[in-house]
Structures are given as C-alpha cells and as structure tokens.
Ligand binder design. Structure first.
Ligand code: ADP
Ligand code: AMP
Length: 218
C-alpha cells in the first residue's frame, strides 16, 4: 500500500496512518514526527527547522525532500502523513517514485471544518517519543498525562497553542490546498469525511483505497 494523506492540521492524518500501518504493515512516514525527533536530538536539521515549526510555517522544501529521499531508500510500502505539503514536494515525490518504478495507490484528502480542528488541536496530547496522540475530549488516556501504550509522559505540542494553530490553518489554505488540484488532475485523488468517528474514517479509507486500481509504474 502506498498512500499519501493530505488535509489540514488536526484532521486525523496521523491517527489513521498509525492505525493502517499497524494493521496492514508498511511504514508510517510522518515528516512532523521526524522533524520533532531531530529537534529533540538537537541535530543540524532540528536547528534549521525549529523557527519555522514554532511559528507554524512550513520548513523549506529542500530540507523536507532530502528527509523523504532517506526514508524511501529501503521502503516500498508507506503511508505518508504530512507530506507532501507543497506542489514542489509532490513533484519531487513523483520523481522519486518514478525512479524506483513505484506508483502511488491514492492521495487521500481528509476533509474537515477548520473550527472543529482548532478544538481538536488544542485538546491534543502527544507522546513525544512515539508520536502517539490522544485527545482530552474524544480519546483521553486512562490516566491523565500518561500514554496507555507505554506509560510514557504525554505533552502538549508547542505549536498546538491557539495562535499557532490559526497560523498553521492559514498556511494549509495557502500552500497545501493547491495539492488537491494537483492530485485530482492525476486521477489518484480520493476524499474522506474526517469529521466521522475514528473507526468510520478508517473504514472509508479502506473502501476507497480498495476501489482504486493500482496504477502501472511508468
Ligand atoms: P493530524 O495528524 O492530521 O494533525 P491527528 O491525527 O494528530 O491529526 O489528530 C488530531 C487530534 O484529533 C488528536 O487529538 C486525535 O486524537 C483527534 N482525532 C483524530 N481523529 C479523530 C476523529 N475522527 N474524531 C475525533 N477526534 C479525532
Ligand atoms: P505536523 O506534525 O504534520 O502537524 O507538522 C508540524 C510542523 O512540521 C509543521 O507546522 C511544519 O512546520 C513542519 N512540517 C511537517 N511536515 C512538513 C512538510 N512536508 N513540509 C514543510 N514543513 C513540514
């Protein structure tokens, strides 16, 4: 399975990528998680990305594309969550996949109303080590602040505060939404209603992905 997940921050891309990768295999490639890991380890990439992330802006395409090249070195099945986020990133991904004689099964848009997303993001709690997320309203952990899965501490991301969330939604509209036209014109586009409960979204993705004929790599 080779899928990319598009959609505004908070739409549930990471939640679904984790569920599908666990259930069906393939690697979850979350550029946000990789960048946060680099920031924690204080790598050169982490330093370069930090200011953009804190402001809610996108990290420059050249840094992101380099990360993806590394991720795809030994990987043929994946779910990308948070990449691509610009048309140049999508073009770079197409080029990389073509070189590897691979094709995307689908680009899945998570459609959601921005008002709901602000509420989802400001109540999101994340395990910084694994990227697993909870939601204090819809999906709280059994013990507040503690991950059910590994007992590790949960934190609120520094870019999930209301003013940064609003900036990220604006950045999505300006820079990422054009990808809808990009993928629609290539015939790989499907759309799910991201406001449904988690299980219903999973079922809808599986149904749509199964209905698509795998494309022959050219
Ligand atoms: P994204 O990766 O698109 O930014 P997440 O998967 O991190 O979004 O989800 C954002 C927040 O919304 C998390 O707190 C998550 O638990 C919650 N969430 C995800 N999917 C749903 C859903 N279908 N219904 C309600 N809450 C959801
Ligand atoms: P996310 O975890 O997907 O919400 O991403 C968090 C932040 O990481 C974003 O607000 C950007 O600053 C940065 N980021 C993640 N993925 C990308 C990408 N594909 N292109 C540019 N910046 C990204």
């Amino acid at each position: 399975m080779r899928l990319v997940f598009l959609g505004p921050p908070g739409a549930g891309k990471g939640t679904q990528a984790r569920i599908l990768a666990e259930r069906f295999g393939g690697r979850q490639i979350s550029t946000g998680d990789i960048l946060r890991d680099n920031r924690r380890r204080q790598t050169e990439l982490g330093h370069q990305a930090e200011g953009y992330m804190q402001r809610g802006d996108l990290v420059p395409d050249d840094l992101i594309v380099k990360m993806i090249e590394i991720e795809l070195e030994n990987c043929t099945n994946f779910i990308m969550d948070g990449f691509p986020r610009t048309v140049p990133q999508a073009e770079a991904l197409d080029k990389l996949l073509k070189e590897k004689h691979l094709a995307l099964d689908a680009a899945v848009l998570f459609a959601a109303d921005p008002q709901v997303l602000v509420a989802r993001l400001t109540s999101r709690w994340t395990n910084p080590r694994t990227g697993r997320t909870y939601n204090t309203i819809t999906d709280p952990p059994h013990v507040a602040g503690v991950d059910d899965a590994d007992g590790g501490p949960l934190i609120q991301r520094d870019d999930d505060k209301p003013e940064t969330v609003i900036r990220r939604l604006q950045v999505y509209e300006a820079q990422t939404k054009p990808l809808v036209a990009y993928y629609r014109s290539s015939g790989r586009f499907v759309e799910v209603d991201a406001l449904q409960p988690v299980d219903a979204v999973t079922q809808q993705i599986l149904k749509l992905a199964a209905s698509r004929q795998p494309q022959a790599a050219s």
